[in-house]
Design a protein around this ligand. Structure first.
Ligand code: PMP
Length: 309
């Protein structure tokens, strides 16, 4: 269950957690017309920081733009509101969930002038997405019988509520078959991503991850890991990957805000050659989590203080 906090930011003000309700005829509830973000706040020796806040909020506004949803705030206002949501709830480590959606005021598919655009930001504690053990031992996965949305159907590059119907089907199928997580293939049968994570495959020391053309969400953790791995001297390639390349990989890992860097132990029963968490995943975990202990220097300005400057 979700760990409740005191306040949620809604349309410019902090309201009680339990008062953050919406009408059952809200457009987004019927048609999936919400755009959202998942952002983590980490406690560090110099106070809590929000990881890549500006980049997440830019992606939120980009997602809204795709759906012709003019968010009635500036990106700076939403960033400040995220910081406020963390501070108001006295959180140090937190998951932040901003959402903008077409609300009440019309039931036709096309959101009209009278349809509200509401913005809410919740912040609450959330541990390792696939379990604490997963970070060290890895997760067992299967390829889903559900493909990811094809290009020119529903854009996977926009992080919209409706996209997650695909993720729900993929993860439900995986769990019902006894796996921890499912991996979707794209319309061409090539590897796309996990239900809520991007995927990396390591073979012969080369790190590969599917390109944005493979119906992925362009993850910010993915981008961070690419940059951290390149700084470590790894050869990182964005290229298409066959299903069977997963079966013969030395190691595989997922990346995502919620999943952080989670090793994949097996795919369709084929245990990765390294047997679980491999050396590359472990090194990338060290570099990534090192950002928050101060061990990894923040060369990119990714750590943004919760306190207003
Ligand atoms: N793909 C999907 C479908 C996701 O839901 C997520 C999590 N937001 C990701 C990839 C990873 O993206 P990020 O690293 O920006 O959290």
């Amino acid at each position: 269950a979700i760990q409740e906090t005191d306040f949620i930011w809604r349309n410019g003000e902090l309201i009680d957690w339990h008062e953050a309700q919406t009408h059952v005829l809200s457009h987004a509830l019927h048609y999936g017309t919400s755009v959202f973000e998942g952002i983590r706040c980490y406690d560090t020796p110099s106070g809590p920081v929000i990881f890549r806040l500006t980049d997440h909020i830019r992606r939120l506004f980009d997602s809204a733009r795709v759906y012709h949803m003019p968010i009635p705030y500036t990106q700076e206002q939403i960033e400040a509101a995220c910081r406020m949501a963390v501070r108001a709830n006295h959180l140090k480590n937190a998951y932040i969930r901003p959402i903008a959606y077409f609300g009440y005021g019309g039931i036709g598919v096309l959101p009209g002038k009278d349809t509200s655009i509401d913005v809410c930001i919740a912040a609450f504690p959330w541990g390792a997405y696939l379990g604490e053990d997963a970070l060290s031992k890895g997760v067992n996965c299967c390829i889903s019988s559900w493909n990811r949305a094809a290009p020119n159907t529903i854009p996977t590059g926009a992080k919209a509520g409706g996209n997650y119907l695909s993720s729900v089907l993929i993860s439900h199928e995986a769990h019902s078959r006894g796996f921890d997580e499912g991996i979707g293939l794209d319309v061409n049968g090539l590897v796309s991503e996990g239900a809520g994570e991007n995927i990396f495959v390591v073979s012969d020391g080369i790190i590969r991850t599917p390109p944005t053309s493979a119906s992925i969400l362009s993850g910010l953790t993915r981008d961070s890991v690419i940059k951290l791995a390149e700084a470590e001297g790894y050869d990182v390639r964005e290229q298409t990957l066959s299903r069977e390349s997963l079966y013969v990989a030395d190691e595989i890992f997922f990346t995502g805000t919620a999943a952080e860097i989670t090793p994949v132990r097996s795919v369709d029963g084929h245990i990765v050659r390294c047997g679980g968490r491999g050396p590359v995943a472990e090194r990338m975990q060290e570099r990534f989590f090192g950002l928050f202990t101060g061990e990894t220097p923040d060369h990119h300005g990714w750590l943004q203080p919760v306190q207003d400057n």
